[in-house]
Every structure is written in C-alpha cells, then in structure tokens.
Design a binder for this molecule. Structure first.
Ligand code: NDP
Ligand code: BG6
Length: 513
C-alpha cells in the first residue's frame, strides 16, 4: 500500500490517486517555472527575494526546470545581475558546507532583461527570452512585483498582455503596501482584476510566512490544553508587539507616505490577530482559513482615536553617539507628522472575545528588536496562594508568550514553589526555545511564501475581502489623524516609546509585557 501524507495525516493511496499522481509527476517533469522578479535592481529583490530563491534551490524545492529573470529599467547584463545577486547569497542552511558550487549552478539560471514598466513591447521581448528557456515545455510563470505600488497596474497590464503563459498558469505576487486606505486599496484591486482573476493574485504579508506565526494554528488546534482557554472566559488581554531598534534608515521616502500604522499594524499585526482569534476553520484549506480570518476582521470595531497613541522618534545621544531623529532623514519633510510609533486598543465584538482588549504596539527606533504575542490570563479565582504575591496580584497570573523573533520561543509563565522547606512561590517559565529544541535553521518567511506561490498554495496570502475588512478598520482613524493634523508624541531614539502608550494600556488594566 502506498501512503500519502496530507496535512500531516497519512492515508492509503487508491489506484485512482496513483494514476493522478503519475500524471502529475509527468506533467511536472515536462513543465517549467519562469520566475520574473520585476524591480530586480531594488533593495527587496537583493535582500530577500534572490536569497530566498537560492535557499529553495539549495533545498531542492524548486522544480527541475526553472529560470529566474530579473526585470527593471536599470541597464545590466546577465553577468552583472549574477555578480550583484551573488553578494547577497549565503550558505545559511549549512554553514559548514561550502555551497559555492550550488551558488554557481543557481546563478547560471538567473538572467536579466532591462525594460520599462509600461512597455508591452519590452514585456514581449521578455516573453521571447522566457520561451527560449522554456524550450517548448508547459510554461508556468510567476511575476514578483518588487516595485513601488504606483506602477503595479502598468506592469500587470503589460505582463498579462505580452508575457503571460500560453499553456500553463500565470501568477503575480504583489508586495505591500496595498493602497493607503479603503478607497485606494479598492482601486488597486479593481485595477489588478482588469487583467487578473483573484486566484492569480498572491498578496504577500511576509509575517504570515514566519515560522511562529504559522505555528499559531498548530499550537491552538492540536493541543487540548490551549483551545479551551482561548476566550474571554480565561484571557484577560492579548498584546501584539512589534519593535525595531533602528529607524527608517534609507526608507524614509517610502515610510513618510505610510507611517507605522499602515506599515506594520494594518497588515502584519492585524493578520496575526486574525489568526490568533479566528474560530476553528472547517479544514486547513486556504479558503476555509481565510473565511474565518475575514469573520474576525468583520467582527471588530473600527479604531477610535481615543484608543490610539502615536509617536515619532527624536534624536538621542548615548555614549558619545548621536542617534538621528526621524526628521533628520533627508527624504522626510521637516514638518512631517508621520508616526514612527503607535499603540492601539482593539476589540472584537463576538461571543468569544467580547470585552477583551487586544493591544497593539509597533515602533521604530526603540530599545529592542522583537515581535511577540503575549497572552495574559485571568486571575485564579480564590487563589489559595494569593498572599505570596502581596498586593501585586497581576504578577500571579499566567502569561503565554509567543516570541516570533528574534530567538524564536514559546513560553508559559507559571507560578511554582521555590524548592525548600518553606512555602515561597516564584514565577518560572515552561520554555520551548527553538534553538535548543530544533537544530535545523528556520527558513526565512520569503522562502515559504515563494514556494507556496509556486505550488499554488494560497493559505498564507491575503484575499481581497480580507484586505477590504482590514482597511475598513483603520481608514476612519487614519483620516482623522491626518485631517486633524494630530502631532505625534516625541520619544528618544532607543527608548521604550512614548509614555502615552502606558496610559493607554492602563486604561484597560493592562501592563505591557
Ligand atoms: P525600491 O525603491 O528599491 O524599488 C525597486 C525598483 O523599482 C528600483 O530598483 C527601481 O528599479 C524601480 N523603481 C523605484 N522607484 C521607481 C519609480 N518611482 N518609478 C519606477 N520605478 C521605480 O523598492 P524595494 O526593493 O525596497 O521594495 C519593493 C517593494 O516591496 C515596494 O513595494 C516596497 O514597498 C515593498 N517592500 C519592501 C521592503 C523592503 O524591506 N525593502 C519590505 C516590505 C515591502 P529601476 O530604476 O532599475 O527600474
Ligand atoms: C516591512 C516593513 O513590511 O517589514 C518594514 O515595511 C519593516 O518597515 C519590516 O522593517 C520588518 O520585517 P522583519 O521581517 O524584518 O521583521
């Protein structure tokens, strides 16, 4: 009996399945995947996309026949692209191994075509080159739009008219930002849908490709101990925290048009919230999961100004080093009110989460780099040991921390007796520390997402109705902040952020973790 493993469950393969699999593997053998990185001369392409593609190649995850094309306006030869790309590839998977041979093999499959983003003719030239490499095989084509959003539609139009696959699939990965508000996002979706159907659009939120974010559902739905506690009955508050210990360095021009709420909260943190709070999906199918996420977003109240604090970092001198203010960035207008920090309290008005504050905090140029989900549980009713905690009963509550990065870990804070003859308690951690438990390096989020896009797995990509629901929550607040020209509270570079964030949390009886 042959076994197949689907979603971790092994089952016997029927004769019919066997025939399907044989046909699939023949068709895979005879097919090619051409990946075009549009905007290949840019930062993201070099920093993330090419290294992720190399890692997939190294791990033998790419199909046998594949070609990678860089596309941008900059003039470059294939050799120059390879030279640039080679500088960002690393042998991160096995540091002891010399992977230079693999790198050479990979680079030989990378090519470059220079063209304008709005030229059907230039895309037709690309098409011709792709066809040469596809050599008459079934062609599947993936376009990664690693370019500023104002040229997404031009590219999609030209690529779909002049360079889409004639006999296989054509998919387009779109990078955020997906608009600035509900209207511009809807206009972008309408524009994309003039040339593509929803199934061809893969909207990336790279936080969904992070190992611990993907693990959230496993933690909840495959461990009996967590799911029964996952509600207002036992959870006091949930905190979603993103912080970076550096400023907008080099990206001030982009950032000033968006700000931290659009850059991090409306997408990365809100996506985590939706996965955290959703009901059990009918299956692990992409549509079932995304249906549940949309329901959470639609059950939420749009953000209220009184539940939001914004900040902007100012210059700070420490140990003789001057750390610049946001406004010192030459690409940022001197009177910019763009927030580099925001804290917000959000609420889900459904039976499971009624009244539970979900507190988000996101900031640049703070004292530490981390992304975490912190779940604070309620007090133990009639706690026998409450005296051991004095008046600070909050210290006695359990807390589950999911540290998304760095140094991935899941730990549960529990109360424990200090060994000895007396009866003294302290707080200890039941700790799943990834580096200690798993020797294999964790793949970069972009590796997982690129592989999923190649395989047509949509679970970790944002559907258009999710996007609409996400913008509906944030658009009124963003408009109000901008119309009223609300000044952000200044905080020193490298600090914990504005004190207003603490007042906001304490309004809901919460202490930031
Ligand atoms: P870049 O600003 O580096 O742009 C990528 C390429 O697009 C450039 O090399 C340039 O290529 C072309 N380009 C830039 N500006 C324009 C313009 N005004 N008109 C036409 N072409 C232009 O972007 P990134 O690589 O940093 O990011 C790509 C996309 O990914 C963006 O949408 C960004 O918001 C998003 N993103 C980026 C992240 C990052 O860490 N960098 C993180 C998450 C999302 P050429 O001149 O050769 O044509
Ligand atoms: C991007 C934001 O989406 O995520 C950046 O535009 C931010 O501002 C980045 O720095 C953080 O990603 P990561 O994976 O480094 O935490």
């Amino acid at each position: 009996i042959d076994l197949k493993v689907e979603n971790g469950v092994a089952s016997a393969i029927s004769a019919e399945d066997n025939r399907d699999l044989a046909a699939l593997s023949t068709s895979k053998k005879d097919s090619t995947v051409s990946i075009t990185v549009v905007g290949a001369s840019g930062d993201l392409a070099k920093k993330k996309i090419f290294p992720a593609l190399f890692a997939l190649y190294y791990e033998d995850c790419l199909p046998e026949h594949f070609t990678i094309f860089g596309y941008a306006r900059s003039k470059m030869t294939d050799a120059e692209l390879r030279n640039t790309v080679s500088r960002t590839l690393t042998c991160r998977i096995d540091k002891r191994e010399n992977c230079s041979e693999k790198m050479d093999q990979f680079l030989r499959r990378c090519f470059y075509h220079s063209g304008q983003y709005d030229s059907e003719e230039n895309f037709a030239e690309l098409d011709k080159k792709l066809k040469e490499h596809e050599a008459g095989r079934l062609s599947n084509r993936l376009f990664y739009l690693s370019i500023p959003p104002n040229i997404f539609i031009d590219v999609v139009k030209c690529a779909s008219k002049s360079a889409s696959s004639a006999n296989g699939w054509t998919r387009v990965i779109v990078e955020k930002p997906f608009g600035r508000d509900s209207e511009s996002s809807a206009a972008l979706t309408r524009g994309l849908k003039e040339y593509l159907v929803e199934d061809q659009i893969f909207r990336i939120d790279h936080y969904l490709g992070k190992e611990l974010v993907e693990n959230l559902s496993v933690l909840r739905f495959s461990n009996l101990v967590f799911e029964p506690l996952w509600s207002r009955q036992y959870i006091r508050n949930v905190q979603l925290i993103f912080s970076e210990d550096f400023g907008t360095e080099g990206r001030g021009g982009y950032f000033d048009n968006y700000g931290i709420i659009r850059d991090i909260m409306q997408n990365h943190l809100l996506q985590i919230l939706a996965l955290f709070a959703m009901e059990t999906p009918v299956s692990l199918d992409a549509e079932d999961i995304r249906n549940e996420k949309v329901k959470v977003l639609r059950s939420m109240r749009p953000l209220q100004l009184e539940n939001v604090v914004i900040g902007q970092y100012k210059s700070h001198t420490k140990g003789g080093t001057i750390y610049p203010a946001y406004l010192d960035d030459k690409t940022v207008p001197k009177d910019s009110l763009t927030p580099t920090f925001a804290a917000a309290a959000l609420f889900i008005d459904n039976a499971r989460w009624d009244g539970v504050p979900f507190l988000m905090k996101a900031g640049k140029a703070l004292h530490t780099r981390r992304a975490e989900i912190r779940v604070q549980f309620r007090h133990v009713p009639g706690n026998l040991y409450k005296r051991s905690f004095g008046t600070d009963l909050d210290r006695a509550t359990n807390e589950l921390v999911i540290r998304v990065q760095p140094d991935e870990a899941i730990y549960l804070k529990i109360n424990n007796k200090i060994p000895g003859l007396g009866m003294r308690l302290d707080r200890s951690n039941l700790n799943l520390h990834y580096a200690a438990r798993y020797s294999k390096e964790i793949p970069d989020a972009y590796e997982r997402l690129l592989l999923d896009a190649i395989e047509g797995e949509r679970r970790l990509f944002i559907r258009s109705d999710e996007l609409d629901a996400a913008w509906a929550l944030f658009t009124p607040l963003l408009k109000e902040l901008e119309e009223k020209k609300i000044a952000p509270e200044l905080y020193p570079y490298g600090s914990r952020g504005p004190v207003g964030a603490h007042y906001l949390a304490s309004k809901y009886g919460v202490r930031w973790g």
